[in-house]
Design a protein around this ligand. Structure first.
Ligand code: SF4
Length: 408
């Protein structure tokens, strides 16, 4: 183990592994960048085909070992393996990834361990293997139950396969299943959006995420829009479909706990809550973003500025470069952003306003601003905790900007 890179707690400075550090990092993200084909709208770090997966996993194991050592084998409450399509990974390689996690970290009793899968690479047999590898939550990329919409998005599965995948993971023994859906897709009217929602609800997932289709620069969809071949859905229609999802899912017993996320009782995604609460998490794999306390900087070979409280890091998007980097220095990172107190406050407000639980406002200036927004019907205030109303949710970014920089 690389004991030489263990962080020194600035509070004690005595060289012992930092209790404060290991206590605040309780989550880990692992990125697997392979997909069957590249979807039309996709801006994630992913490639079509699984060529090179053995080399990639070799580098990933090195990184997992190094990060586990640097964070002194911290206890994980949540682990999220996303992509890409991690469910596509060779099952033996996936088992080796999970073995490395168990070797380098400690999984807390009851830890939430999520695997992202796509319907086309799911089967009863694979679902059993994922469970045996140690996953206890599966997130299935259903996206739509309409063939033309799936085709437009560039997805390779059919509607029947999507619903079958939800049944297969359940039958294999997963008791925590999530389904992703996309709305505001050209050609998807409200009636058919409602139909997709109802079909997915009938399949009985514990958690549903509904995301608005966004046009990301550099994607085939972006080119199609720029060339006038595709007309995007206007904001009003997108908002209407969002509201339809909120009402339909509420009627079926799913609580909206974040703008785009809905869960049955006790089934919120604990890993994503860490992101929205602006918590710390380690990350491994190409393109992955991590957010760690400043006490971890030394372990990554970095000297922080005096004002830094934390840092965000990212490995870059190139798979070959990621593999090459791990050979020389498994902890090397390509992009680092230092977070000071002001940035942390801004980020906490931006992220926390997405949650139904809201966000705690610390400054009296932010509270003054919040009272004006309450008067405008955009915010609710309970003590120092602010949460967006349904009207406020429609203008979330503006609300966050006003609360983060009151009086600006
Ligand atoms: S399955 Fe997901 S990660 Fe893979 S190409 Fe499609 S949208 Fe991107």
């Amino acid at each position: 183990m690389r004991r030489d890179v263990i962080a020194v707690d600035p509070a004690t400075g005595d060289g012992r592994p930092s209790d404060r550090l290991t206590a605040t990092v309780r989550s880990l993200y692992i990125h697997i960048p392979y997909c069957e084909r590249k979807c039309e709208y996709c801006d994630f770090v992913s490639v079509a085909g699984a060529n090179g997966q053995h080399e990639y996993v070799g580098a990933l194991l090195d990184e997992l070992r190094a990060v586990g050592s640097a964070l002194d084998g911290c206890m994980l409450d949540t682990l999220f393996c996303g992509g890409g399509t991690p469910g596509l990974l060779d099952l033996r390689l996936m088992a080796s990834v999970m073995n490395e996690v168990r070797g380098g970290f400690r999984l807390a009793p009851g830890a939430e361990v999520t695997l992202e899968v796509n319907p086309s690479s799911a089967s009863a047999q694979r679902a059993e293997a994922w469970l045996a590898a140690g996953f206890n939550r599966v997130s299935v990329g259903v996206q739509s139950t309409h063939a033309d919409i799936l085709g437009f998005l560039g997805r390779v599965h059919t509607s029947g396969r999507a619903l079958a995948a939800l049944a297969e993971v359940r039958a294999a023994g997963f008791t925590n299943v999530s389904a992703d859906l996309i709305y505001a897709v050209p050609g998807l009217d409200d009636g058919r959006w409602l139909q997709s929602l109802e079909q997915v609800i009938d399949a009985g997932p514990d958690h549903v995420s509904c995301y608005e289709l966004t046009v990301e620069t550099g994607t085939p969809l972006h080119r199609a829009v720029a060339e006038g071949r595709v007309r995007v859905v206007d904001g009003e229609a997108a908002l209407r479909q969002h509201r339809l999802a909120v009402d339909t899912l509420a009627g079926a017993g799913y609580e909206q706990y974040e703008v785009s996320n809905f869960a049955r009782a006790g089934r919120v995604c604990r890993h994503n809550l860490v992101y929205w609460r602006n918590g710390h998490y380690a990350s491994t794999g190409v393109g992955a973003h991590g957010h760690l306390p400043v006490a971890a900087a030394a372990a990554f070979g970095m000297t922080p500025p005096a004002t830094a409280l934390a840092f965000r890091y990212q490995h870059g998007r190139d798979i070959a470069a990621y593999i090459a980097d791990r050979c020389g220095s498994p902890l090397s990172v390509r992009n680092v952003e230092w977070i000071d107190a002001e940035m942390r406050t801004e980020e906490t407000i931006m992220l926390g306003l997405r949650l139904r639980e809201g966000v705690h406002l610390e400054s009296s200036a932010a509270l003054r601003e919040a009272r004006e927004l309450v008067a405008a019907g955009l915010l609710e205030l309970e003590g120092s905790r602010a949460r967006a109303t349904a009207r406020g949710e429609d203008v979330l970014n503006q609300l966050a900007l006003r609360l983060a920089a009151p009086g600006a």
